[in-house]
Design a protein around this ligand. Sequence first.
Ligand code: ADP
Ligand code: ZN
Length: 435
Amino acid sequence: MGKYWNEEIECMSREDMKKLQSERLVAQVRHVWDNVPYYRRLMEEKGVTPDDINGIEDLHKLPFLTKADLRDAYPYGLLAKPLADCVRIQSTSGTTGKRVVAFYTQHDIDLWDDCCARAITAAGGTREDVCQVCYGYGLFTGGPGLNGGSHKVGCLTLPMSSGNTERQIQFMRDLGSTILCCTPSYAAYIGETLHDMGYGPEDIKLKAGIFGAEPWTEEMRHEIERLLGIKAYDIYGLTEISGPGVSFECEEQTGMHINEDHFIAEIIDPNTGEVLPEGSKGELVFTSITKEAFPLLRYRTRDICVLTRKKCSCGRTLVKMSKPMGRSDDMLIIKGVNVFPSQIESVLLKMSKATPNYQIIVDRVNNTDTFEIRVELSDDMLSDTIKSIEDLEKKIAADIHSILGIRAKIRLVEPKSIPRSEGKAVRVIDKRKLV
Ligand code: ADP
Ligand code: ZN
């Protein structure tokens, strides 16, 4: 096996790729128009019909889709195939009652696996490798996605899921894992645990890691590479568009190649929606062009990044995206979970004794996110007993945990002690310096 999973596609000339994308876009728009009344209505409102879309040069005529649309249409409103043709759903970690669910036919799964196979191959993976997948399995796309890719490449696959770190390391040593797939925070944690157990990189066979699903820095990359003695590759994706493998890093490690034969990428101005020229920083928008069950046209990811077509030394011609440099909404990713400040506000609003004046403080200590919420007490709570204040803390902590699935440290503070702002409230203090 060579260095590419699909050389013809990954190294295709720009002209051929445009032609392929155009053909696929025309068919995908027709499929959506015929089968998704929700999007058809958006097109009609914009005065666009499938006849107006003859190639990628017409892409800008189509309306955008946002996460709000996905929630509106929950659960079946954007489904383009009969349920009987679907074989799987996955869902974002985004919680509350309004999860985003994505549907897949077997064909959709095959293409997704293929995207992940490209990522594994780009990280040097072959059928000789032992691939340990410690992304979470279940509704989260990380485990199932990389698992599928690993099978496709023919690696011996260890579907470990996350957690039980010492056992992870024992398996890694006993079975000679050569590739590790997980979030970068977990990779760093595995690295630290390896050293705590008295081992070093020389005691394991790992050579590469494929890490994504959350932002991470170059410093963190170097730290993981040092701790585990590997080359660490980035991988990007989102549930709505399939999952990990929408784009993947090659050995140059200067951005992620987007699988353009499946997803057309645009960069827009998040305020005006105007399409920006190559090299501009803006919001990343994806249009799927091969999906059956859950095709999304011009889906706004809210991730801010830059696209480049500079020649890559790996030989791939697929456009590259930078690491996401932030978001155009207020979503935070804490311990791998999507957190919107509004979710915390809604918990507090339900408590009569706490005020909705709060601040979220996020940091990263030893490569693990810390999550603290400071909440102001109401005036009448000040005279209460310590016990009832502790009870309130516990109640807030439990509600936050049940909504987000992760634990936050709750600190009740005196009334008026959280600084007021004259403009937008500063709800989030993110000390992680991820960009
Ligand atoms: P989940 O947390 O279940 O994966 P999503 O699929 O919605 O939920 O997560 C997708 C988001 O995760 C992306 O829009 C992006 O913000 C972030 N993300 C995914 N991969 C990366 C990566 N490699 N670097 C930075 N952010 C990433
Ligand atoms: Zn490359």
